[in-house]
Design a protein around this ligand. Structure first.
Ligand code: ZN
Ligand code: ZN
Length: 798
């Protein structure tokens, strides 16, 4: 009989679905386990093999956990609002709503053909008004608590998509969606006050089990730094330039101050002679993006304003410059220039003839800046102090004279929460001339997105909704006067901030989810997703959840107990998969040609889970051959064969390895261990009992579920393999029995002996000393110490 996945896979998918195997049960007495993958954006391209990598791996975890007796929730849904669909609609003329429905249908068929064990009864869709009613409700709660507000801010503007972008949507100065160079535009935007949660977003990382690199990225993104705010009083003026620095120890070396082109002070201090050059410079600077301006490899440029300020350290008069490398969003839009102790300030000073004054000893400032900490010189009463002590003392000294103070600064900015496009959740606010901004009453939620024919961006900075006059015009809920609806929509992060809560109670129309159910299921036990979402989705959703916790909706301080991350799947040629390169691997084709089990196992086998890996058709074929071997192994009649001790040991070791490696996301080494085991059993076919085959099938079932189920029932089992209990291994059988212990005397190898693998230090020492070859070296000498490396060596030192 030939292994033909095409003939068996569909059959079992229907069988499992009919038996409702994957339904999670609220309030079950079994221990709960909530496993989450990042729900897909149903784009027109269909499922990507990159999706399959994460979904298959966590599916294996879900299946194993169920067999271990857990009540597993492994849900799926659609993150369907956002630009790709809107752009697709504009290109094709197909309405986003229609396109979304069609795309979801494709994704659903594709996911089902992989046999993933999602609980489809809990499927959600962020564009469903019954869903986004609660996305809007969350916004209103933010608004109520003063954490959602409107502000005029310069936003990143994509001239091609004609919308404002969040900083996170700008990649290397270009629009993340279309690649156009991003410009600046001042627009009125809704903002969410994520900065109010900055400290908790850092501190509470101590409560969760995330990969270290994920924690580090979040901490860097928030960018908390402790430093000093220093006042530089402007000469002949009441104004002050306030500068934030983490290096107050270098104060006496400050020979200029630079302010951002946007700083309102510029207008006031600019002198007549310098007006023209400064204004020209400012106009150029305003065209550049923050990214371009802050680039570290870029040379600093600037112009002199004509005005001076006083260095509060040495009371010297120093010039005030305007520099485009100073951005308004950081440090209040002003920095100090310390040429002797900052590389770029050094170049800046050389270029513009500013004084370079050494205040930290240790370098050679005639050659370049010295940026390390050291001992202070040329710093008055602070000479001789170390950088760290000096920074504290100088801050105290400034504080006493009211010329400076301790300050904590963050890189994190409030979150721009409005978009000027059609395909998003309407922001539920009404603008009334008399009452101002008024929340849409809860009973009127959802504010449904009107179905319109023209959803192209207006290009004026307003959303297309602004053109639907009879939708925009409405009554003020407070005074019943004429009022207008907010026409901005939410960013596509809005619906994905809290979706995992909705899975818990997807039909609820009284609350975003029942509080008892939330309490039962949360936090998510294991959440896997892309590294590229660490500073976007992951940080935002933690913020939203913490807010919901504060208002009594969420039951725990953190939403995700564990966070892991998978690498990207590249095309066979090592490039990103793209239609234009013609190198896209379609999961449908792989499924048809090799089978879903091969695709699933291959994507687990392709390499370490966290690493970016190129597709390999050879690799796919190799995995297919492995599954064929399993098929061959068990499609022979199973007589009453007895297991050899070797086979038994190998089986129990395999069992142990799967348990450990699955927890450690080492999916590739599991498949490799299976391959080894199957080769061994084929070789020793006469020494493999039916019980071993059955146990192996159970162990294989989370990874190749269709194949395992097929053979399981073929060899005489009436019930599904997924009703079986996950096997336990015998600790005695997995022990390495003996090892070679190296005996050293004073670091030199003098003997090697075979010993029990788990020999204790005391036993090893006695055994080592009693060896003839060893005795002649230590005879009559006093042993000073013994170094014991379990499983490897013992070193006797005298
Ligand atoms: Zn764009
Ligand atoms: Zn009103």
């Amino acid at each position: 009989m030939h292994y033909s996945p095409q003939e068996i896979e569909k059959k079992w998918q229907e069988y499992w679905e009919k038996k409702n195997f994957y339904q999670a049960e609220d309030f079950s007495k079994k221990p709960k386990y909530y496993l989450l993958i990042e729900f897909p954006y149903p784009s027109g391209e269909g499922l990507h093999v990159g999706h399959v990598r994460s979904y298959s791996a966590l599916d294996a975890v879900a299946r194993k956990k169920r067999m271990e007796g857990f009540n597993v929730l492994y849900p799926i849904g659609w993150d369907a609002f956002g630009l790709p669909t809107e752009n697709y609609a504009i290109r094709t003329g197909i309405h986003p709503q229609v396109a979304t429905a069609k795309n979801i249908e494709t994704f659903k068929r594709q996911l089902k053909s992989l046999g993933l064990s999602f609980d489809w009864k809990r499927e959600i869709n962020t564009t469903d008004p019954k869903y986004y009613k609660w996305t809007q409700w969350i916004f209103l709660k933010f608004f109520e608590k003063g954490l959602a507000y409107q502000a005029e801010i310069p936003v990143n503007w994509c001239p091609s998509c004609k919308i404002g972008l969040a900083n996170e949507e700008v990649v290397s100065g270009a629009c993340e969606r279309c690649g156009a160079t991003v410009e600046k535009k001042v627009l009125k935007q809704w903002m969410l006050k994520i900065t109010a949660y900055a400290d908790r977003l850092i501190d509470d990382l101590g409560k969760v089990n995330y990969l270290e690199k994920i924690k580090a990225q979040q901490i860097n993104w928030i960018g908390k730094s402790y430093g000093t705010e220093i006042d530089f009083k402007v000469v002949d003026s009441k104004d002050t330039v306030k500068v934030f620095t983490t290096r107050a120890d270098t104060l006496f070396g400050v020979t200029a101050v630079a302010i951002s082109p946007e700083n309102p002070l510029v207008e006031k201090i600019i002198t007549k002679e310098n007006k023209e050059t400064v204004e020209k410079y400012i106009n150029e600077a305003k065209k550049k993006s923050d990214f371009e301006r802050e680039k570290l490899e870029k040379e600093k440029t600037g112009v002199f304003t004509g005005s001076y300020c006083i260095n509060p350290g040495n009371s010297e008069k120093i010039p005030i410059w305007v520099g485009d490398y100073v951005v308004p969003s950081y440090g209040g839009g002003a920095v100090m220039v310390v040429p002797a102790h900052d590389y770029r300030d050094y170049d800046f000073a050389k270029k513009y003839g500013l004084e370079i004054r050494e205040v930290i000893s240790g370098g050679d400032i005639s050659k370049d800046a010295f940026v390390d900490y050291g001992v202070l010189v040329n710093s008055g009463q602070f000479n001789g102090l170390s950088s760290k002590t000096a920074a504290e003392k100088i801050t105290d000294w400034l504080e006493k004279r009211e010329l400076g103070r301790k300050k904590i600064q963050y890189k994190l900015r409030d979150w721009v929460f409005s978009r000027q496009h059609y395909w998003g959740e309407p922001i539920p606010i009404i603008h009334c001339q008399k009452c101002g901004q008024v929340a849409v009453p809860e009973k009127d939620l959802p504010v449904e997105l009107p179905y319109i024919e023209r959803y192209q961006p207006t290009g004026t900075g307003e959303s297309p909704l602004a053109m639907i006059i009879d939708w925009v015009n409405t009554k003020c809920p407070k005074c019943s006067g004429l009022a207008k609806r907010e026409t901005d929509t939410m960013p596509n992060w809005a619906g994905s901030n809290w979706y995992y809560m909705r899975y818990i109670d997807p039909q609820n129309d009284k609350a975003l989810a029942d509080s008892k159910k939330l309490k039962y299921w949360l936090p998510v036990d294991w959440y896997n997703g892309g590294m590229e979402h660490t500073t976007l989705h992951l940080l935002y959703s933690r913020f939203v959840y913490k807010f919901l916790y504060d208002i009594g909706v969420a039951p725990t301080p953190e939403p995700y107990q564990r966070r892991t991350s998978h690498g990207i799947v590249l095309a066979e040629d090592g490039r990103k998969m793209s239609k234009s390169f013609g190198n896209v691997i379609n999961p449908d084709e792989i499924c048809q040609k090799y089978g879903a089990d091969t695709l699933r196992c291959y994507e687990m086998f392709m390499g370490p889970f966290g690493e970016t890996i190129s597709w390999s058709t050879q690799g796919v074929k190799g995995v297919r051959r492995f599954l064929e071997k399993v098929w061959r192994l068990v499609s022979e009649p199973t007589e009453n064969k007895k297991n050899s001790p070797e086979i038994l040991r190998a089986l129990h070791k395999l069992n142990k390895k799967i348990n450990e490696d699955l927890e450690a996301t080492k999916f590739n080494t599991i498949i490799a261990a299976f391959m080894e085991f199957v080769n061994l059993t084929l070789e020793k076919r006469q020494a493999v009992g039916k019980d071993t085959i059955e146990k192996m099938l159970i162990l294989l079932s989370p990874f190749a579920p269709h194949l395992a189920e097929e053979i399981w029932q073929k060899i005489g089992n009436k019930n599904s393999i997924f009703f079986e209990k996950w096997p336990k291994y015998d600790p005695k059988l997995v022990k390495e029995e003996t090892i070679t212990l190296i005996i050293q005397v004073n670091g030199r190898v003098r003997d090697k002996i075979e010993v029990e693998a788990d020999i204790s230090e005391k036993e090893a020492r006695e055994l080592a000393i009693s060896q003839e070859k060893v005795q002649k070296w230590i005879e009559g000498k006093e042993i000073k110490k013994v170094v014991f490396v379990p499983g490897k060596l013992i070193n006797i030192v005298f």
